[in-house]
Ligand binder design. Structure first.
Ligand code: DON
Length: 370
């Protein structure tokens, strides 16, 4: 006789009654424990027990999440140092590449960490999510008159589409689009006030006043940011920047220089996982519809020309930064931050991407289903 295992909430798990009544789905998933690049951890098939345990399981316990990220950390340790640290911003080139951190904050407000999750790093382009949230709050849908919502298929600092598209960047996450978004937030403010507004916003959503901007990183990028100066001047020539190029880039470089730990970043993204409301503070940050739309942009554009691959292998809205961080959102479940400085060929954290693939496989949190 077969019966449904009662304590695994959503998966259909058939087990013989004379067997022990509970197999932790996470433990079962670990059976074919192999490398992080595996695809075999999607399910465990135990021939002896004639038991298939799928992981499309909303009933992950606290211990399960901690166990999963501990195992991910273990899988990453032998790979520490993989990828190439961004060196076009000289200050970033000084970071020790052999680091990896992960933090998961659930919509219940619990945080789980492993590795270097309490080490601050430069969040770089991940800041574009927070600046976009501010710009939408300030200018609403008019933001979309000045920046598109389509994947670019080009690298983050590409200039090629701008001429064809009359200075309107493809989306708010490529550098050109983010520079326009900063310009929108600056309306009616001195540059210093716009930076202060962003910093206070990030502190507010993370519920943590200790978050700072690393001025050395901002200065370092300002000294070498020729590409961004080119993009900004080009857009200004089309009338799509309303403030002086130096001022807009001053704001943009400072937003990119926000320094946060994985722990802080996972908390800061939580409103996006919880329909716009931060469960830590109880405050509504944005409407549920706006949170959904920001997540949609993260999914389609958050990894530049690597966005398709990230959707394929991870299946979560995500935003990467050249500091090696990635913020990923599992809607209705958790906000996840990973960090490892070595980047892959399209400029996204190599180990961070691998870790998120493992996490999505083992939790069943992909928005496309397990
Ligand atoms: O503007 C830049 O080039 C950097 N401040 C940010 C680029 C970035 O993080 C791209 N992300 N993967």
């Amino acid at each position: 006789m077969w019966e449904r295992a009662s304590n695994i909430s959503t998966s259909v798990v058939l087990m013989p009654c004379d067997r022990p009544p509970y197999i932790s789905p996470i433990r079962a998933a670990m059976i074919p424990h192999s490398s992080s690049r595996d695809s075999g951890i999607d399910f465990a098939f135990d021939v002896a027990n004639r038991t298939v345990v799928t992981l499309a399981n909303k009933g992950l316990g606290m211990q399960d999440i901690q166990l999963i990220i501990d195992r991910i950390y273990d899988a990453m340790v032998p790979r520490l140092g993989e990828g190439k640290v961004a060196d076009y911003i000289p200050e970033l080139a000084k970071v020790d590449p052999k680091q990896f951190g992960i933090a998961v904050t659930t919509v219940e407000g619990e945080t789980f960490v492993a590795g270097n999750a309490e080490v601050p790093f430069s969040i770089q382009s991940i800041s574009k999510v927070f600046m976009l949230t501010l710009a939408l709050g300030k200018a609403g849908e008019t933001v979309w008159n000045r920046v598109g919502r389509e994947p670019s298929g080009s690298s983050f600092n590409s200039i090629v589409q701008l001429e064809h598209e009359a200075g309107i960047p493809r989306n708010p996450f490529v550098n050109a689009g983010a520079i326009v978004v900063s310009d929108i937030v600056m309306a009616g403010h001195q540059p210093r006030e716009a930076i202060g507004e962003l910093l206070r916003f990030v502190q507010y959503v993370a519920d943590d006043d200790s978050i700072i901007i690393d001025n050395a990183v901002a200065k370092s990028e300002n000294a070498t940011g020729y590409r961004n100066y080119a993009l900004a001047n080009f857009m200004r020539s089309f009338g799509n920047l309303h403030h002086p190029v130096e001022n807009v880039l001053g704001v943009y470089f400072h937003q990119c220089a926000l320094a946060m730990t994985c722990h802080q970043l996972s908390r800061a993204g939580l409103f996006l996982a919880n329909q716009g409301r931060n469960p830590l503070s109880g405050h509504t940050v944005v409407s549920a519809r706006r949170a959904k739309r920001i997540n949609a942009l993260m999914l389609t554009c958050g990894h530049y020309d690597g966005s398709g691959d990230f959707a394929y292998s991870v299946g979560l809205p995500g935003k990467s930064g050249v500091g090696g961080g990635i913020l990923a959102i599992a809607p209705g479940k958790a906000s996840i931050a990973v960090w490892s400085p070595g980047l892959n060929k399209v400029g996204n954290s190599a180990l961070g991407s691998a870790a998120l693939e493992m996490l999505a496989n083992q939790t069943g949190w992909s928005v496309f289903g397990a």
